[in-house]
Design a protein around this ligand. Structure first.
Ligand SMILES: O=C(O)C(=O)C[C@H](O)[C@H](O)COP(=O)(O)O
Length: 212
């Protein structure tokens, strides 16, 4: 079965995870990341500015492919879709969420940390999973080990990845993309250091060039 989420991640193998406190930052932040070569952006629902941020980026930065993160329950999918999000990411995967994502038609990236969770995702017809929290569950060695029993599964490790460990994940054959907040550090966002963020994005995009 084709997995629309896999297609998105193949086009954008490094996904900045954004925690936007002030919706006024959303558009310049998205422009900087896209200019640095990272078009897929995950705006987490962790702040009250998230939905407004998704709306603003969708309206003003058409080159960005905006998704929503921290999806916890089926209703979050509806709200995110209404705001214009084009894919959805969750730290985990409940049966309710897997069912709602399928019904909504929204490309969905559920979080997995164990073999049983990968098996439930495969049973639900998905082929790509967020390995979360990637560093804490054992890092590249754990993701690589999932490749034994699950050769068909692909992963987007997220959680604890930094610029000096990104390449260790990207070189794994079953890793299609990686994600994380290190691309939009809080200090740089609050200082409006969009050039600094563009530079971080460019060096991360460079790490993934071989995947293209
Ligand atoms: O909020 C969500 O939807 C999450 O699932 C968690 C984030 O993906 C990680 O917190 C990113 O981890 P760091 O890059 O280590 O900051």
């Amino acid at each position: 079965m084709p997995d629309a989420m896999l297609d998105i991640l193949k086009r954008a193998p490094v996904v900045p995870v954004l925690v936007i406190e002030n919706a006024d930052d959303a558009v310049p932040l998205a422009r900087a990341l896209v200019a640095g070569g990272l078009p897929a952006l995950e705006v987490t629902l962790r702040t009250s500015a998230a939905l407004d941020s998704i709306r603003r980026i969708t309206a003003d930065v058409p080159e960005a492919l905006v998704g929503v993160g921290t999806i916890m329950k089926p209703a979050d999918l509806d709200t995110a879709q209404e705001a214009g999000a084009r894919f959805a990411v969750s730290p985990g995967a409940t049966d309710a969420l897997l069912g709602a994502a399928r019904a909504s038609g929204m490309p969905f990236l559920p979080g997995v940390a164990t073999a049983s969770e990968v098996m439930r995702g495969l049973e639900a017809g998905l082929t790509v999973f967020k390995a979360f929290p990637a560093a804490a569950i054992g890092g590249p060695a754990t993701v690589a080990a999932f490749g034994g029993p699950f050769p068909e599964a692909r992963f987007c490790p997220t959680g604890g990845i930094r610029s000096n460990t990104a390449a260790d994940y990207l070189r794994l054959p079953n890793v299609v993309a990686i994600g994380g907040t290190w691309l939009a550090p809080k200090e740089k966002v609050s200082a409006g250091d969009w050039q600094g963020i563009e530079d971080l994005a460019r060096s991360a995009a460079g790490l993934a060039e071989h995947l293209g």
